[in-house]
Design a protein around this ligand. Structure first.
Ligand SMILES: C[C@@H](O)[C@H](NC(=O)OP(=O)(O)OC[C@H]1O[C@@H](n2cnc3c(N)ncnc32)[C@H](O)[C@@H]1O)C(=O)O
Ligand SMILES: [Fe+2]
Length: 541
């Protein structure tokens, strides 16, 4: 039976309505059965989005786009789906009111859609992929997500602003109006590379230092084309790297892109090339489905409606901070998931390096040779810099950690020009295959010991712990010196995220309790207090 769903979008700048007809028994590809979409964009005269002006725009434009969508509908509407959040409160309230009124007039159920889940689901729908990792690169957000245990789990995300907003802040600084992304893309075509801060922590990333540095470059007289070019090279390389790490950690071989920044050709090119290099498939929907649009709301709304989702009017309040991992993904029950699978992932192939094992005469692992391979998606200068910095950091911190009493492999050789390190082989398997309260507790003790000595691992995922008669920490390439509570708490946070991406929520809770017990026995309680705060900022609440 075909359902016909009206979708309404209005979280920030796009007043949009759409109609989508969906036959769950015989779902057609997106190209063969596109939603009808009518959009009226809010365009500020100058500067960024003014929430009040944007809300006024919604008030005027939503009735018109809805009328156009209803006119285009081929028959009666079965449900009204709307963006409940995240987004700007004043805009969301107008859209919510319009959706409730319309559901009442048409006498059909209401479906509340999470805008970020809609950004990724439209790509999944278009791709036909089974179990992709999803990169949402949008204005106010930047998430890496994977479906696991009934929800879209956040595998990694921005630690400060969304990726589009970061770019838009720079363009406001140079006097360009919203949206800044397309203007940066245009200017970048004539730019040359300059170094900017590159900040990736595990699968999380940060834009604030990078954006201040970009403004400083501009203020110091660096041509704006060069700053735009380098912003794109740096920001998108960070996103491509964390996406690759997510593929590597989960063993997934499909990536879909969502969100307005996904319209950028350079970002798509980097992701495509990264996926091609590792034999993964990549899909990005057309631009009209990447930027905010009600088509994605209608498509997901139809799937949710078919799965039985109904939002009672009295529970239909909007939520400006609605997170993708708060949504029960009822429309994918029983489908394949994205989680860490030690048997699926090639045992020792990390995201950034190729690792080979040298064996003794009787076949036992003896030495590990790790080479950071050039990534052709990155600008050659950025690539050379990252490989050099990380090789040096890894050699130094691996040895420093051992001097502090944390088991790490002995470093036998360092070849900086070749970005190659040789270590003693340690452990029998990765922690992902040996998670227990005991091993989790030991990792907590080791991280606390590191932190007490002013060292930060930078990427303590389950893949970066080798388990044998002891638990060895490896892969210090993102490590650095810091005595800051926030940096120590981020290490704990990265570990927690990787455990949650590996096992079920219930198992993860028990393992992380053990981890924290171990941490508290050796380290500073204030780090765990800060960890609570970081988690309270969003993820896994
Ligand atoms: C919460 C919701 O309101 C928000 N949506 C949103 O911000 O609109 P969206 O269409 O997904 O993304 C807009 C962003 O996408 C950027 N953008 C558009 N075209 C771009 C391009 N060619 N290159 C880089 N960025 C681009 C814009 O500068 C702007 O920051 C979101 O999804 O986070
Ligand atoms: Fe969006």
């Amino acid at each position: 039976m075909t359902v016909r769903v009206l979708g309404i979008e209005g979280t920030a700048w796009a007043a949009s309505a759409a109609v989508f007809e969906y036959d769950p028994a015989d779902p057609a590809p997106l190209d063969a059965n596109p939603p009808f979409i009518e959009t009226d964009a809010y365009q500020p005269e100058s500067g960024g989005i003014h929430p009040r002006e944007a809300a006024e725009h919604m008030g005027e434009a939503i009735p018109k786009v809805v009328e156009a969508a209803l006119d285009a509908a081929d028959g009666p509407i079965d449900a009204v789906a709307f963006s409940r959040g995240p987004g700007l409160g004043p805009c969301l309230r107008i859209v919510g009111t319009a959706a409730r009124a319309l559901a009442g007039t048409l006498d059909v159920p209401l479906v509340g859609v999470n805008h970020m889940v809609a950004h990724l689901e439209i790509g999944r729908h278009g791709s036909g992929f089974d179990a992709p990792v999803c990169l949402n690169a949008s204005g106010a957000n930047a998430h890496l997500l994977g479906f696991h245990d009934g929800r879209y789990r956040v595998l990694g995300e921005t630690m400060d602003t969304g990726v589009g907003n970061a770019i838009d802040k720079f363009t406001r600084h140079v006097g360009w109006s919203h949206p800044g992304g397309p203007k940066v893309e245009e200017a970048a075509a004539d730019g040359e590379y300059v170094d900017l801060p590159y900040v990736v922590k595990g699968m999380d990333f940060s834009f604030s230092g990078l954006m201040s540095a970009a403004k400083d470059e501009y203020d110091a007289g660096t041509p704006v084309e060069d700053v735009c070019f380098s912003l794109q090279e740096t920001i998108f390389a960070m996103l491509a790297e964390v996406a690759e790490r997510a593929l590597s950690l989960t063993g997934a071989d499909e990536l879909v892109l969502g969100g307005g920044v996904g319209q950028n050709a350079r970002l798509r090119e980097m992701l495509e090339s990264m996926c091609a290099e590792r034999g993964a498939e990549f899909y990005a929907p057309d631009a009209r489905y990447l930027r905010d649009n009600a088509g994605m709301i209608a498509v997901l709304g139809a799937k949710m409606f078919v799965a039985g989702e109904r939002l009672p009017i009295e529970d239909s309040a909007i939520d400006p901070n609605f997170r993708p991992d708060e949504v029960d993904v009822t429309w994918r029950t029983g489908e394949p998931t994205v989680s860490f699978d030690p048997s699926a992932a090639p045992a020792r192939r990390g995201a950034e390096a190729v690792v080979s094992v040298e064996r003794t005469a009787d076949g036992a692992p003896d030495r590990i040779v790790k080479r950071r391979v050039p990534k052709s998606y990155r600008h050659p200068e950025l690539d050379a810099r990252l490989r050099r910095e990380r090789t040096v950091a890894e050699a130094r911190l691996t040895s420093e950690a051992r001097r502090q009493g944390v088991p790490t492999p002995v470093v036998r050789d360092v070849d900086v020009p070749e970005a190659t390190l040789t270590f003693d082989a340690v452990g029998d398997c990765d922690l992902g295959a040996a998670l227990s309260p005991e091993t989790a507790r030991t990792v907590g003790e080791h991280l606390a010991t590191l932190h007490q000595a002013g060292l930060v691992h930078g990427d303590p995922t389950v893949r970066n712990v080798r388990v044998g008669e002891r638990c060895y920490l490896i892969d210090f390439g993102l490590g650095y010196h810091s005595g800051h509570v926030e940096d120590h708490a981020m290490d704990c946070h990265v570990f927690g995220g990787s455990v949650r991406g590996t096992v079920s929520a219930a198992d993860a809770d028990a393992l992380l309790d053990a981890f924290e017990d171990g941490y508290a026995a050796v380290g500073d309680e204030s780090v765990l207090t800060r960890l609570r705060k970081i988690e309270g900022r969003g993820r896994y609440t």
